[in-house]
Design a protein around this ligand. Structure first.
Ligand code: ACM
Ligand code: ZN
Length: 623
């Protein structure tokens, strides 16, 4: 198209936009995670075509400034950029002297009538201040063009409770593209999550380019495609069947993602799983298996349990392989930590392998758990020489750990308690709060998922600091993270559905002060957040409508019954006759009621007049 036509088109578009310009007014704040301090004030600030951005003492070309400018433009806010504060300006400034309260990630956001100030000690703080500001804009801002947006004046002072606010993504069980991973990083940034745990290797596929061992990618990254059947029904590969499902990230793509994450103040932690969960390695390099293991390994398809594949712990070439792989991993990931797995390594092969047993004897080890610890500590020592630290799943404690290793406590809280008492850092990912691959609602109404239930309400109860440790031990708890295993998640669209809105709850548990958590307020904020996420193109679960039951005993032996709910606006009707529907005599639940022990209470949940899911029945037990 000729340049003159382009100019004409631009002018015309601008005129049309000006012509149909609308004004949006935001009255209530729905910020997730909840800030430390919010003071609502009289007055409002209006975004318009006169709004400017000023980067006062950070360069306009630094990554944070570029991100902010680009994001504003993507949201159709045609703001001009300068370096001095003016009227109608959003001014970003770094503190001349550090504000101790804000730390490395905190910020102050002040919305006044004619100016918005965001200040922080670091660019990270400014980035988070900007994320908060974005959550003050209309929920449809990513798709709607407004001529004016009016937001309320306020002062927000904010900083995180925990330094580790993570999100884990399993790209082995299903492969997600670079574009998908970027979308995930955008989601993390929106909720101030800052550690991306990238589960790159597992039985079902090796997902990172390693030049020295090309079969990891030629063989280990590909499996027979069974995407047409549910995960649990996948049949084993037949002789000669083509391995057409999979993929891996080229080094250039890894760099692109790490850079994209850094622009969003997110550190990337690669996980290279040892010594178990390694079918894909053994499919590529069978001689890394134990001496007596005659299994013909394939990159696994569908459930693989118990996961018997294990790298031989007595074979020096396995150790050399691990060092070589780390040599290629280290330059790609600037962050200090590398995750080395360590979970669920079934050691029956080691018990029978003459090489493993010889190593155990030679090193004076007591058992196979100690052999695993020896392997992990060898890799740890290798990484430490290059300035890296390891993280491992809590099984790394079983045979003993160095004091520098960080423990990811997934089998409950015990791993973290043990780690903190031992002086090791711990990251909390207990299954019962953090495994977002579990069902979030009634399986009858949800697509297949890992066979446990973890509703939003439960996620929101997540308290990362385990009971039973002292205040000084609690300092070893770095934070926590949501884990998303991808057995049942064929594509990123479905990953979003599993993550949202539960990831918002995890974010609030990790950022906000414990005493600021407030379930009814969080639930109400999700109305805005869910709509905003949908407008941003994310796939969000509508909600679980089974009422949450609370009972308590009265002095006269009767039981008090009350319900809570997950979705704002839900109306619960109940009955002791088995017919709780509105039109069948159900009683609207508004306050606790009394029944005798053993009574069956049934409920019907409605949203916007529509009956949701099914009739649920509870037997009210004596306590
Ligand atoms: C794990 O879920 N196996 C860490
Ligand atoms: Zn062995």
């Amino acid at each position: 198209m000729k340049k003159t036509y382009l100019v004409l088109l631009f002018v015309l578009t601008s005129m049309l936009m000006a012509g149909c310009g609308k004004t949006a007014k935001v009255d209530t704040l729905s910020i997730v995670p909840e800030p430390v301090f919010v003071n609502a004030k009289e007055g409002s600030f209006t975004f318009s075509n006169r709004t400017k951005i000023a980067f006062e003492n950070i360069g306009q070309n630094c990554e944070t400034a570029k991100y902010i400018t680009k994001t504003m433009r993507q949201l159709h806010m045609r703001t001009s950029v300068g370096s001095t504060e003016t009227d109608q300006c959003i001014a970003f400034s770094l503190n001349d002297s550090s504000n101790i309260e804000l730390g490395e990630e905190g910020y102050i956001l002040e919305v006044q009538n004619n100016v918005i100030h965001i200040s922080a000690n670091t660019e990270t703080g400014l980035f988070y201040g900007f994320q908060t500001l974005l959550q003050m804009l209309p929920e449809d801002i990513s798709n709607e063009r407004y001529k004016k947006i009016v937001i309320p004046c306020c002062t927000i002072l904010d900083y995180p409770r925990f330094e580790w606010r993570g999100s884990h993504l399993d790209v082995s069980r299903h492969f997600f593209t670079v574009k998908d991973v970027k979308k995930h990083l955008d989601l993390m940034a929106a909720y101030k999550l800052n550690k991306f745990h990238w589960h790159l290797t597992d039985d079902h596929g090796w997902r990172i380019e390693i030049e020295k061992y090309p079969l990891l990618n030629d063989v280990g990254s590909w499996r027979v495609d069974r995407a047409d059947v549910p995960w649990g029904e996948a049949k084993p590969a037949k002789e000669g069947e083509e391995c057409s499902y999979g993929g891996f990230y080229k080094k250039e793509e890894i760099k692109e993602i790490v850079e994209y994450a850094a622009q969003r103040h997110i550190d990337v932690i690669p996980e290279i799983e040892i010594p178990g969960h390694c079918s894909e390695i053994l499919a590529a390099y069978p001689h890394f298996a134990c001496a007596n293991d005659d299994t013909t390994y394939q990159v696994q398809i569908g459930p693989y349990w118990p996961p018997r594949a294990i790298l031989c712990g007595g074979n020096d070439s396995v150790m050399q392989f691990l060092f070589d792989v780390m040599d290629e991993i280290i330059p790609l990931f600037p962050y200090n930590y590398i995750h080395v797995g360590g979970d669920e390594a079934v050691k029956s092969n080691w018990e029978r392998c003459p090489r493993c047993q010889a190593r155990i004897k030679k090193l004076g080890l007591e058992n196979e758990n100690q052999l695993q610890s020896w392997m992990i500590m060898e890799v740890e020592a290798y990484l430490q020489m290059q300035g890296k630290q390891i993280i491992g799943w809590d099984e790394i404690l079983d045979g003993g750990v160095s004091t520098e290793a960080t423990v990811m406590s997934w089998q409950g809280f015990e791993g973290a308690v043990k780690a903190a008492r031992h002086g090791n850092h711990a990251i909390m990912t207990p299954t019962e709060y953090c495994y977002l691959d579990y069902y979030q609602g009634n399986p009858k109404f949800c697509p297949p998922a890992m066979n446990h239930l973890l509703p939003l309400y439960k996620v929101y109860q997540f308290e990362p600091v385990p009971a039973g440790i002292t205040t000084s031990q609690a300092r070893f708890i770095l934070g926590g993270q949501a884990n998303l295993w991808a057995e049942y998640i064929n594509d990123y669209h479905h990953a979003e559905y599993m993550l949202l809105p539960r990831l918002c709850a995890i974010a609030e548990c990790l950022w906000s002060p414990a005493d600021h958590k407030n379930w009814p307020r969080f639930r109400a904020k999700l109305v805005y957040q869910k709509n905003r996420l949908i407008q941003m193109g994310y796939n969000v679960f509508e909600g679980y409508f089974k009422p949450i039951l609370f009972t308590s005993k009265n002095a006269d032996g009767t039981m008090n019954v009350a319900f809570d709910w997950e979705v704002e606006g839900t109306e619960i009707y109940y009955s002791t006759e088995g017919t709780p529907e509105k039109d069948k005599g159900g009683i609207r639940f508004t306050e606790p009621f009394q029944v005798t022990p053993g009574t069956e209470v049934s409920t019907a949940s409605y949203l916007n007049g529509e009956l949701k899911e099914e009739i649920y029945t509870y037997t009210i037990e004596q306590q």
